[in-house]
Design a protein around this ligand. Structure first.
Ligand code: GLA
Length: 379
């Protein structure tokens, strides 16, 4: 039974001068999701709008547990991979739906130098640091608060990462706001963070999408557009070489739509390094502007997802490491390339790459980042 139900009037208080009829109510409800090994209570929030979209978010890892959106004929499907029960998320898993931090993506050799001091981070990906280390933000319990919003229904999650956690300097308090919009089917994620010592920050969400529905085959037929003239080629450990390489004439040219499968098997050293696409694209839009980064469409359901972000980059990952060993929601087995990720971010290894946009946060500053996953209505 949902508890703590809160009804909100979407759009109330805004555009009153246009005398629009108030939008129908949207809801946010909370259920128990279980408890951690340490006995902490984990909750599951359900955000719904009146256009048929529903999102479930867990306070463990801030995980997006499900995203239901209508496709052709109004049929709603859950389009993200994950687990039915908390247990799946507590066990080792490849960041299904999780908030990733303190630094999303890789930091070469797990070290960086800031203001003359070298910091050593946990190494959990060969010699490198990946997605915040051994116990990143995806393996933490977040404090939840339902918040008023004129745009939709909003849930704020907060986590305080201690000075020295996973090797990072400074106590960092991060707040991630999930807002399910009311006037369209879109999930907006706003990230904020403050620190008491200089540190590095790069927050993202690691949802695995399959627009045909979670567990429905692979994503090779999905058509992808990424508004990027360049990408960051990587070495064999997936650390950027520092070059911003033009996508023109390569399988990385998604400036016009291409299916994922079309060139994923091409003879290409970068595709070989990633075992498929697992690369950061350098977005064309001006830094800091909230603008379209990528668009993905799926032919059988007609479903489309657009990704807008303020971030300068996006990691396009095609589930190359999924191998059929994980069984997820509704008993579905997640095979290789059964989902894709579009992780909006600053570029990997930025703390060691002075030419890349900076990721340093100082006590006087405030980290801010916004990403929207939008699902236009399917005719
Ligand atoms: C990111 C990385 C991948 C992989 C996945 C998780 O997308 O770039 O290499 O680590 O996360 O499996």
């Amino acid at each position: 039974m949902p508890i703590g139900a809160l009804m909100l009037l979407a759009g109330c208080g805004s555009h009153q001068e246009t005398k629009k009829a108030p939008a129908p109510p949207m809801t946010i409800t909370m259920d128990g999701f279980g408890s951690t090994a340490a006995g902490e209570t984990v909750n599951l929030y359900t955000l719904s709008n009146t256009k048929g979209m529903e999102v479930k978010i867990s306070t463990w890892g801030g995980d997006i547990v499900s995203v239901k959106v209508p496709g052709k004929g109004g049929k709603a499907d859950d389009v993200v991979l994950g687990f039915d029960a908390l247990d799946g998320y507590l066990k080792e898993n490849p960041y299904f739906g999780a908030i990733v931090g303190r630094y999303g993506n890789r930091i070469g050799k797990g070290r960086f130098t800031l203001d003359g001091v070298t910091y050593r981070l946990a190494t959990n990906n060969g010699a490198n640091h990946l997605h915040g280390g051994l116990r990143g933000f995806d393996k933490q319990l977040w404090r939840a608060k339902e918040m008023p919003s004129a745009e939709g229904v909003r849930l704020d999650l907060t986590y305080t990462s201690k000075d020295g956690e996973e090797g990072y300097p400074g106590t960092l308090t991060a707040t991630v706001s999930y807002t399910l919009l009311g006037n369209e089917n879109a999930l907006q994620i706003d990230y904020e963070a403050v620190t008491d010592k200089p540190t590095v920050v790069n927050l993202t969400n690691h949802s695995y999408f399959n627009l045909a529905g979670q567990g429905v085959g692979d994503i090779l037929n999905h058509s992808v557009t990424i508004l990027a003239d360049r990408f960051t080629p990587v070495d064999s450990g997936l650390i950027p070489t520092g070059e911003l390489k033009p996508v023109a004439g390569t399988p990385f040219d998604f400036r016009t739509p291409h299916t994922i499968g079309e060139r994923i098997g091409a003879k290409d050293a970068q595709l070989a390094a990633g075992g498929g696409y697992d690369h950061n694209f350098v977005l064309n839009k001006p830094a800091g502007d909230l603008a379209l980064a990528a668009r993905v469409s799926e032919p059988t359901t007609g479903r489309v997802m657009e990704v807008l972000t303020t971030e300068p980059g996006v990691q396009f990952y095609t589930g190359n490491f999924l191998d059929g060993t994980l069984t997820g929601k509704a008993g579905k087995v997640y095979g290789k390339r059964s989902a894709f990720c579009l992780e909006t971010q600053h570029f990997p290894d930025s703390p060691n790459q002075p030419e890349f946009p900076g990721t340093v946060l100082r006590p006087a500053g405030r980290y801010r980042s916004t990403t929207i996953y939008r699902f236009p209505a399917v005719p």
